[in-house]
Design a protein around this ligand. Structure first.
Ligand SMILES: Nc1ncnc2c1ncn2[C@@H]1O[C@H](COP(=O)(O)OP(=O)(O)O)[C@@H](O)[C@H]1O
Ligand SMILES: [Mg+2]
Length: 221
């Protein structure tokens, strides 16, 4: 599904070079649930941003379903994010003045669906995460766990093969964390490939098929 070959990402900060991804090579199979574990600043979000096409590698190749995305232009990255990838963030990244339903419908505008199709797909995605009864609530009226479920529905709504989650339970209490992890496991059972970033080894061990560790930009099995 995803293959990284000698991927490097360096940032320049003043006179300093920061190596955020250091010669990373790995393969992620279709349908796998992979956790990437590392401390703050180890290069987790950088790796996820490269996979999502939110940032470009300094060198190396990233193959998605056999296509090298590392040389994509901005339009190709936008299409990649729209069709192949769903992203879930620690801080939900919802539009808080809009309803749950409106938030989930939003990405489908760019996919060119009609309003009735967007409505239908968004309802189905919200039902999948158990929020069928909260669709008309504004995002700012939802609890943290509910907000993250809306964000998962938004990530799912265009039926991507891969879900990328950057510390999806980082802002949640332990009960809500379990609910979110359970939803991710259900999605894995339905065939999604999931890559979840966490600094919590215990959480990774509970849900992942495989744990990759990252330290100073170096990824190891
Ligand atoms: N846009 C950027 N510009 C400069 N340095 C960055 C940028 N993004 C990340 N970094 C640096 O790269 C390293 C890895 O960051 P990041 O991938 O965000 O780590 P993590 O998600 O594991 O906390 C850190 O040292 C961070 O300061
Ligand atoms: Mg991070």
């Amino acid at each position: 599904m995803i293959t990284l070959i000698s991927v490097n990402k360096t940032y320049t900060k003043g006179a300093h070079q920061i190596v955020a991804s250091n010669n990373i090579s790995c393969h992620i199979n279709e349908g796998e649930f992979v956790a990437v574990v590392g401390k703050s600043g180890s290069g987790k979000s950088t790796l996820l941003n490269l996979l999502a096409g939110l940032d470009t590698a300094s060198s190396g190749k990233i193959l998605f379903d056999g296509t090298d995305i590392s040389s994509f232009n901005a339009n190709q990255y936008a299409a990649h994010r729209l069709h192949n990838i769903g992203i879930i963030f620690q801080s939900f990244n919802l539009i808080f003045s809009k309803t749950a339903l409106e938030n989930v419908m939003l990405p489908l505008i760019f996919a060119g669906y009609s309003k009735s199709e967007r409505l239908e797909k968004a309802k189905r995605a919200l039902e999948q995460v158990g929020l069928g009864d909260r669709m008309q609530h504004k995002a700012n009226e939802l609890s943290g766990g509910e907000a993250q479920r809306v964000a998962i529905a938004r990530a799912l709504v265009n039926d991507p093969k891969v879900l990328l989650a950057d510390e999806p339970t980082g802002n949640l209490d332990s009960t809500t964390t379990m609910e979110i992890l359970q939803i991710l496991q259900t999605l894995k059972a339905k065939g999604k490939t999931i890559i979840m970033i966490t600094h919590d080894q215990e959480i990774a061990g509970q849900v992942a098929d495989r744990i990759l560790t990252i330290k100073d930009g170096l990824l190891s099995e």
